[in-house]
Structures are given as C-alpha cells and as structure tokens.
Design a protein around this ligand. Structure first.
Ligand code: HEM
Length: 129
C-alpha cells in the first residue's frame, strides 16, 4: 500500500502552479507595473493610486520571476542577477525622474528601454560573465 504522505504529494503536485502559470503572472505583472509607472509620471492627484499599482507590479514581478527560476531549475544565473538589479532601478525610476526633472519623452523612452532589456534577458537568458 502506498504511504499516506506519497499520496498527499501527488495531490499537491497536481494542484501546484506550473511554469506557464508563473509566466502568465509575470506578464500580467508587466502591465500592472507599466500602468503604475505611467500614472506616476503623469502625476496629478491620483499619484498614490499609481504608486500602489507600481508597488504591486514590482512585487508580482519579483515573486513570479523567482518562481520561474525555481520551475526552470536554473538556480540564480547571471541574467537573473542583472534582472534583480534592474528591478531595483525600475522601482526607483519615478523618484529619480522627479529628482532629476527628466523631460517626459526621455523618461518614457528610458522606461521602455529598461523593460525591453528585462524582456531580452528573460527570453534569451544570456550568460554574461
Ligand atoms: C520589472 C521587472 C521584470 C520585467 C519587466 C520582466 C520581463 C520579462 C519578460 C518580458 C519575460 C519573457 C517572458 C516570456 O518568455 O514569454 C521574462 C522572463 C523571465 N523573467 Fe522576468 N521580468 C522582470 C523581473 C524579473 C525578475 C526580478 C526575475 C528573477 C530574478 C525574472 C526572471 C525571469 C525568468 C526566469 C524568465 C524566463 C521565463 C521562461 O523562460 O519561462 N524576471 N521576464
């Protein structure tokens, strides 16, 4: 007879989130993050709402990102280290733009490029050093 804990782990295994679930959450997180950053740039009285969106988006990206690493069995490779550093930078962007009084078109372009680099790193997974 199969021991009880083995049966429990089979059930757990089936109900556990798979790689695609983490990937979809990772992609939804990008839109939440981008909405937040965009709203912060626009400023206005709803700034706090967008700051919260940015925070939620960032958290979702971090958790699903490390979930993906675990699902893929990758450990903590170069591209993920760079993504973690850039993740911090993206979190600080609205504050940096405000402090430096970055012109809006430049701020938009920098944000798009940074998110593009994150996408490149995630898709290509380059060995960097
Ligand atoms: C602002 C934050 C981030 C953005 C915008 C971002 C963006 C992306 C994008 C667009 C992809 C490609 C998804 C696909 O293959 O369809 C991706 C994949 C990936 N990301 Fe991120 N990412 C972010 C943060 C992170 C963090 C913090 C980690 C972990 C340290 C991470 C780990 C991964 C991994 C492992 C993949 C590969 C997924 C796969 O091949 O299935 N990401 N990311």
């Amino acid at each position: 007879m199969r021991p009880c804990h083995a049966r429990a782990s089979v059930v757990f295994g089936r109900t556990h989130m798979d790689r695609n679930t983490y990937l979809i959450i990772h992609l939804i997180g990008i839109s939440v993050l981008a909405l937040g950053v965009g709203g912060m740039m626009a400023g206005g009285e709803k700034r706090k709402t967008f700051a919260i969106l940015q925070g939620i988006g960032l958290l979702v990206m971090l958790v699903s990102g490390f979930g993906l690493l675990a699902k893929l069995g990758l450990g903590y490779p170069h591209f993920a280290i760079v993504k973690t550093v850039l993740w911090l930078l993206i979190g600080a962007l609205p504050v940096i733009f405000r402090k430096l009084k970055t012109p809006l078109p430049a701020a938009i372009l920098i944000s798009i490029i940074l998110i593009g680099i994150m996408a490149y790193l995630g898709v290509v997974k380059p060995a960097l050093w």
